[in-house]
Write a protein that binds this ligand. Sequence first.
Ligand code: FO1
Length: 324
Amino acid sequence: MRIVVLAGGIGGARFLRGLKSAAPDADITVIGNTGDDIHLFGLKVCPDLDTVMYTLGGGINEEQGWGRTDETFRVKEELAAYGVGPEWFGLGDRDFATHIVRTQMLSAGYPLSAVTEALCARWKPGVRLLPMSDDRIETHVAVTEPGSDGEEGERKAIHFQEYWVRLRASVPAHAVVPVGADQAKPAPGVLEAIAAADVVLFPPSNPVVSIGTILAVPGIREAIADAGVPVVGLSPIVGDAPVRGMADKVLAAVGVESTAAAVARHYGSGLLDGWLVDSTDEGAVAEVEAAGIRCRAVPLMMTDTDATAAMVREALALAEEVRA
Ligand code: FO1
């Protein structure tokens, strides 16, 4: 079975671990979000691609869900000693090697998709990891950051990582913009993987800045909608709150309320055929079905690989129900 998964960072990576466990013989292609990418110290950092690669390759810092295990921060400390920041983004020494190799290959003219393939040759994630695009796309967030003396502050656009990591999404996001998406093309293999898929899955990743950004690359949303195979998603919102991260902050920016049903409607029946909500959101099933999307309420907490594998089996079963 050929499965295509649109994945963001931590939630997507954990979901994929369960998918590999539930469908060990499946041919899995991951279309990874690159809108979180950031250029630091002259290096290109790809947080969501690295989180998938490290998680499935066994190098992830498990409790953080990002960065490497057994990490040290000597380089970061030395950069700070030179007054070179930002301090708020914790790049570890082992992680630096990934960004050095990536940047070296990009500078030599290799596209991001080829670089990702080369990095995965070491990590062997057991899936085909494709960036959504080889073109530069960086998500920016429009905020009004209160001035130091607390006055209103001026409206400005900041990089997603600054919003997410430095500000901890503590100020409202007026708009979320994947800068560069309009001029970008899907990476080689992305449209082909979707066309060849037997099922497409939307894991419980952030619907705005992860899956939404992937869908913003011209051609990807249409390819999925026209693929003619079941598209099944899992709600990242449980009991009106995001399970992890601050999805509610960016959902508000796009005018979507933080409920399991609202996210399904946001994706729309033109895209989604099936939607899994958590058991506590049983009440949302009727509303999702009324929107033309088949819906089931099942446990959606990815507490461990077995729990995630159970969710995956539910999603694949719903896909077969939809296919019928
Ligand atoms: N997230 C944080 O909350 N704090 C950090 O210092 C941080 C550093 C970091 C370094 C490399 C990397 O690949 C990811 C990192 N992240 C950090 C997570 C990152 O912000 C998120 O993984 C994604 O961008 C959102 O999915």
